[in-house]
Design a protein around this ligand. Structure first.
Ligand SMILES: *[C@@H]1O[C@H](CO)[C@@H](O)[C@H](O)[C@H]1NC(C)=O
Ligand SMILES: *[C@@H]1O[C@H](CO)[C@@H](O)[C@H](O)[C@H]1NC(C)=O
Ligand SMILES: *[C@@H]1O[C@H](CO)[C@@H](O)[C@H](O)[C@H]1NC(C)=O
Ligand SMILES: *[C@@H]1O[C@H](CO)[C@@H](O)[C@H](O)[C@H]1NC(C)=O
Ligand SMILES: *[C@@H]1O[C@H](CO)[C@@H](O)[C@H](O)[C@H]1NC(C)=O
Ligand SMILES: *[C@@H]1O[C@H](CO)[C@@H](O)[C@H](O)[C@H]1NC(C)=O
Ligand SMILES: *[C@@H]1O[C@H](CO)[C@@H](O)[C@H](O)[C@H]1NC(C)=O
Ligand SMILES: *[C@@H]1O[C@H](CO)[C@@H](O)[C@H](O)[C@H]1NC(C)=O
Ligand SMILES: *[C@@H]1O[C@H](CO)[C@@H](O)[C@H](O)[C@H]1NC(C)=O
Ligand SMILES: *[C@@H]1O[C@H](CO)[C@@H](O)[C@H](O)[C@H]1NC(C)=O
Length: 884
């Protein structure tokens, strides 16, 4: 009788936007590209955002079939070809009752006409099976659920060969005194209002954004009112829903509502919403019995008030009989008027018996994951549950469904860990085995390991730990702890040692010629493989870039950070030894080398006298910058603001800037193509973070090769971001009123419109990328086409790619990855900013370049055979010929 599962576009109706808030709403349009996010739904003003911050896996696609049928949030989707389970992790409030809706539209996005089926889980418990077969309009699942912790995992699980997908996730907080169950959560069977309309009603009419579907059985008669109805009662059913009601067509017959719950023996909760919308005369009464056949019987119900909502609901679960649910509203003999009902909701109880893993273990393992930037596809959702999907590399202990599992073993052997052994490990209080062998961990062995009482095995072999082994740990070993420490050349195996001379780390390859490049890369790779068989889990583990940093400030640095932020000018003089060693001169002043605490190297930028407006913004700006932390941004460790002396103190970047390396000013070393790509990815990640990861988002405004700095491991970091907002570049001009930036890198559209957006950074990044590729000046009057972009376009139409490449590379590159890099760069420098890709896109495409370049180095295949590879043309822009 009911088919309420349409996602089809809702006929537009009068919109009341503005008066209502969307506080606490989570509205995710899955698969929405980050540069189109957020947007306001055109028909009711709901603000949808991209799902990309809530999930690390999956690919995005668009509905291909009948797209016009669907509202915008169903047009894109995220699908999961990889991994058996993929999870969203959403921030919610523990103890809050939420209405959670997930929607799925296949729309033949993959052209295979094969509608998938799969399971969805809420945390560790199965929620529903989704079968899209024959569901041209998609399908949805809705549940009212009380959050058990501050994070909610929604997981999609493969059950066969087909690929799970999801189109939208909508989560709405409800009052905690509504939809209360004795146990379990409420899965929606239907929510309808009685009207012959064809409009679904939801937000903004419904402050909780419940969706109400119209329904009018042929045996019902509709009555309506145009008067205002008081719906301030707890359940806040929308007024528009209450303005119509059903009565039986034959006034002496009962009003009948029937349905079949799934499964048929499920426990059911009912919510019936009544408002008298007919003005009763003195001699008229409306009174009826509400009877659920075989179950409950509420006799003599009278709707309390005219034009006012009252809700009748079951406060204990009821069961329908074997023929389904049969609800009757039966007129009492004394009543002059037939029964009436305005709206109704029916739910079945769904039990989620399994409690999640220990909240503290979950928080800790997530912290470890981010500290060491682990990207493991199975590390999603609950770490221990369901047991079939528990995370790789760890084991848990299980007691029963009502006892949270605990993590008892963690094996991160060969996981590419770098940095020190973080204190966070000690929060895994039930841990029995900890295997961190064969990584690149440095620093001392922390004493806390000795006080982790459950530990019976610790394996730290094959790292680069130094110092001596804490006595407490040696004592534990004597008590039976298995402690393995082999293969740490700088580690003293006893408790007291003489400090050893630090072993030279593998650094960048010093390459003089093309011939030596391959040899050297091979040697480095060999040494590397020998030292530690590292799993290339991400791009940081490339052979020519050993010892890549995982991206966390080391311990000393971060503790320093929290202690001291503001410095006096005297301290600045001390740390730079009276401005002894200038490192260079930047747009905003001279940069000096210095030491903080006598050991930590820093770069101190003394700002040249700035305008009053500049000063006004200085502090606010610095406070903002202090909060910005990303591995690909040079971090600000402090500042000085004393009278006329303004200084910014940054982490020191020992390998200077990209420009010096490209121009050969840093010695004979030529950056390999792979290293260049890696630098480009790093810079792009930094920029992506500024654009999408920061709140508020930031525009860098001065992306150029001299602002891309390299640390000792040749990891690239952006410098000077945000500064140009308060500090004029060059003379007396204010950025806010006059176009700023560095000639050559300047976005022509910004130049014309003075309208600054992150797309201007993307233009500048494109120019940087072209410099990385060609190593040629941006403007050179002697060229046939002085501007680099025009020159490249011209050269490429001549058909010779090698003529634009940096000759220093001696054709040591995968030609396919070069093509792709040029395509990316050219799309970034599109004259129209709308045609420029987002940084996320740029990052992904550049990573693909690295992969093809790495496979060239890895395989001994003929380089030329790759040039015929067909790379996607989706970011193709004018200026590049299609033909290859
Ligand atoms: C979207 O809606 C929110 C409030 O609901 C409003 O603040 C914002 O300005 C709107 N954005 C656009 C682009 O209309
Ligand atoms: C899809 O929705 C349209 C109306 O929007 C309806 O006519 C059609 O029958 C629906 N199709 C299916 C398979 O439910
Ligand atoms: C509902 O929330 C209020 C305050 O947030 C709290 O005092 C009350 O105990 C809660 N009620 C239930 C049933 O959880
Ligand atoms: C609406 O109903 C509530 C509770 O029944 C009552 O307190 C309130 O005064 C009513 N509002 C109006 C405008 O009648
Ligand atoms: C209405 O229902 C009564 C009782 O079932 C029946 O006697 C009567 O014929 C019905 N009237 C119509 C018009 O169907
Ligand atoms: C109620 O009273 C009105 C007159 O006020 C009369 O017309 C009507 O028939 C009465 N209805 C009933 C059911 O007695
Ligand atoms: C409901 O209650 C009424 C009166 O209390 C009784 O006559 C009737 O049989 C009951 N019906 C059911 C289905 O229990
Ligand atoms: C019906 O009305 C009569 C007389 O008005 C009254 O005595 C009786 O209690 C009423 N019955 C019910 C069920 O309300
Ligand atoms: C680790 O444990 C300490 C001390 O109990 C606590 O303060 C800290 O918040 C914990 N960290 C996490 C991520 O749970
Ligand atoms: C950890 O995993 C490695 C393989 O990845 C295995 O060789 C080693 O024995 C494991 N360690 C423990 C303690 O199980």
């Amino acid at each position: 009788m009911r088919s309420h599962l349409l996602l089809a576009m809702i006929a537009s109706f009068a919109v009341i936007v503005g008066a209502q808030t969307q506080e606490g709403f989570i509205s995710l349009d899955c698969g929405l590209p980050i540069d189109e996010s957020p947007y306001n739904n055109s028909f009711n003003g709901l603000t949808f955002t991209s799902d990309s911050n809530f999930i690390e896996t999956g690919k995005i696609a668009k509905v291909e079939k009948d797209a016009r049928r669907f509202s915008r949030q169903y047009l894109t989707m995220r699908y999961f070809p990889e991994g058996k389970r993929n999870c969203y992790s959403l921030d919610v409030k523990r103890g809050t009752n939420y209405d959670i809706v997930v929607s799925f539209v296949y729309g033949n996005y993959d052209g295979l006409n094969l509608e998938p089926n799969f399971d969805i889980y809420l945390g560790p418990n199965k929620w529903a099976r989704i079968d899209l077969e024959g569901r041209l309009n998609g399908t949805r699942e809705e549940i009212i659920h009380k959050a058990k912790s501050n994070s909610l995992d929604i997981c999609l699980v493969k059950i066969g060969a087909t690929v799970p997908l999801i189109s939208a996730i909508e989560i709405r907080p409800l009052r905690n005194d509504t939809y209360v169950t004795q146990s379990g959560s409420l899965r929606l069977s239907f929510r309808e209002y009685y009207s012959n309309s064809d409009e679904q009603i939801r937000y903004a009419d419904d402050v909780y954004d419940r969706v109400w579907y119209p329904y009018l059985d042929p045996s019902y008669r509709q009555i309506t009112t145009s008067l205002n109805i008081n719906n301030s009662e707890t359940y806040k059913v929308p007024k528009t829903v209450l303005m119509s009601a059903a009565t039986p067509r034959n006034a002496s017959e009962p009003l009948l509502i029937t349905w079949t719950p799934r499964p048929s023996n499920a426990e059911v909760y009912l919510y019936m919403h009544f408002a008298e919308i007919q003005a009763l005369k003195a001699n008229e009464t409306r009174e009826f019995n509400v009877i659920l056949r075989g179950n409950f019987n509420h006799s003599g119900f009278k709707i309390p008030k005219y034009l006012e909502l009252s809700t009748l609901y079951t406060d204990t679960p009821v069961q329908c009989d074997s023929e389904g649910c049969n609800l009757q509203l039966v007129k009492t003999p004394n009543s002059t008027l037939p029964p009436l009902i305005n709206a109704m909701e029916a739910y079945t109880v769904i039990d989620f018996p399994q409690v999640g893993s220990s909240l503290s273990d979950v928080a800790t393992i997530k912290n470890i994951k981010s500290t060491y930037r682990l990207s493991k596809i199975s590390w999603q959702g609950d770490p221990c549950l369901p047991q079939d999907f528990s995370w790789e590399n760890l084991r848990c202990s299980y007691v029963d469904v009502s006892t949270p599992p605990r993590i008892i073993s963690l094996n991160l052997s060969e996981s590419g860990l770098t940095g020190s052994i973080a204190p966070i490990f000690q929060n895994l209080t039930q841990l029995q085995e900890l295997d961190l062998s064969n990584n690149s961990l440095t620093g001392p062995i922390p004493t806390f390991l000795a006080s982790m009482k459950s530990l019976s095995l610790i394996n730290l072999s094959g790292n680069n730990l130094n110092g001596s082994v804490p006595q407490a740990l040696l004592d534990r070993r004597n008590e039976g702890l298995v402690l393995t420490l082999e293969g740490n050349p700088n580690l003293c195996k006893f408790s007291s040692c003489k400090p050893k001379v630090k072993k030279n780390k593998l650094l960048l390859p010093a390459i003089a010629s093309a011939a030596s490049l391959l040899v050297l890369v091979a040697v480095v790779a060999l040494v590397f493989v020998f030292r530690k068989k590292k799993v290339p889990s991400d791009l940081h583990a490339t052979p020519s870039m050993p010892a890549a940093d995982v991206g966390h400030a080391n311990q000393s640095e971060s503790s320093f950070l929290s202690k001291k932020i503001r410095f006096s000018y005297t301290e600045v003089q001390e740390m730079t030894n009276n401005l002894e060693r200038a490192l260079g001169e930047g747009g905003f002043g001279v940069v000096y080398h210095g030491f903080v605490n006598g050991t930590q190297q820093v770069a101190v930028k003394l700002l040249s006298q700035s305008s009053s407006q500049g000063y006004k913004h200085f502090k606010a700006e610095v406070e903002l910058l202090m909060r910005v932390h990303h591995i690909n941004l040079v971090s600000l460790v402090g500042y000085c603001d004393e009278g006329e002396h303004l200084a910014l103190i940054y982490e020191y970047m020992p390998n200077g800037d990209l420009k010096q390396h490209l121009s050969g000013k840093r010695g004979g070393c030529i950056l390999s193509w792979e290293t260049r790509l890696k630098i480009a990815v790093d810079a792009a990640l930094g920029l992506e973070y500024l654009h999408t990861g920061c709140k508020p988002p930031m525009v860098h405004r001065d992306i150029k090769t001299t602002n891309i700095l390299l640390d000792q491991k040749f990891q690239a970091k952006l410098a000077d971001f945000g500064l140009s907002r308060s500090f004029p570049i060059g003379n007396e001009t204010y950025v806010s009123t006059v176009v700023a930036g560095t000639p050559g890198y300047l976005d022509p559209e910004y130049y014309q419109t003075n309208w600054l957006t992150e797309k201007s950074d993307i233009y500048s990044f494109g120019i940087v990328l072209l410099e990385i590729i060609t190593n040629r000046p941006i403007i050179q009057q002697s060229r046939e086409k002085p501007h680099l972009v025009e020159w490249i376009s011209l050269e490429i139409t001549k058909g010779d790619l090698r003529s634009v490449m940096d000759p220093n590379l001696h054709e040591n590159y995968d030609i396919g990855s070069v093509w792709k890099a040029i395509e990316i760069a050219m799309s970034c420098v599109s004259l129209s900013s709308t045609r420029r890709p987002s940084m996320s896109r740029v990052v992904n495409e550049l990573k693909e370049c690295i992969i093809s370049e790495k496979s060239r180095i890895g395989e001994t295949r003929d380089m030329e055979s790759k040039s015929s590879l067909d790379f996607s043309m989706d970011i193709y822009t004018e200026g590049i010929p299609k033909a290859r």
